[in-house]
Write a protein that binds this ligand. Sequence first.
Ligand code: SAM
Length: 199
Amino acid sequence: MLQHLEKLKEEKKSRMERAGDWFVNTLNPSLESNCNTSFNFEIGCGHGHWLTSYAIKKPRENFVGIDLISKRIEKANSKVEKRNLSNVCFYKAEANEFLEFCDFELSNTFIMYPDPWPKKRHFKRRLIQFPFLELVAKKTLLGGKLYFMTDHNEYFLWSRTMVSDSKYWELTEEKWPHEEISYFQNMLPSNQFFCASRV
Ligand SMILES: C[S@@+](CC[C@H](N)C(=O)[O-])C[C@H]1O[C@@H](n2cnc3c(N)ncnc32)[C@H](O)[C@@H]1O
């Protein structure tokens, strides 16, 4: 048991070092080239289709997409290379851990079609939880936004209720800021979304 815990600790340390290298060698130069200190952040970006098109529309802003799955990040990064974009980058990471490691500030965060984990015994695996909302909030500029979209009504209500109960966020009436359709939105076009402002 102790050995297993030691191994997990070592693995986390090595992910933290890898992320540190990526912040220094990839994210920081990208922010500096645009004179930015914060970035727009997509959690669960899949193949990066939506974020890449948003970055093309807003060349003066910076964008970071993360996903748990390496192949998706490889595909997303190949879009960036093909289009020769310097304001968007993708990185393989888990959301809570990435936020824990990251010292840069977030301007806005986007979560589109997160896994709903519909069974009650799996609710604890849902991304939207109070500690997560606090962690994102602490990295977000005051007035920065959290945008959330899903096709799953029960997860929508769960998330909106948690956000409205969180002292760090205030629900606001905002339009979805970039209308390009994500991969999952294409398959599941009926959705609900909310936006909250960092207070
Ligand atoms: C249902 S897909 C949606 C992909 C994309 N947002 C879209 O709308 O097409 C959910 C994505 O979130 C990623 N994901 C799930 N949990 C995550 C986490 N904790 N951190 C980062 N990515 C996560 C999955 O690997 C998957 O690619």
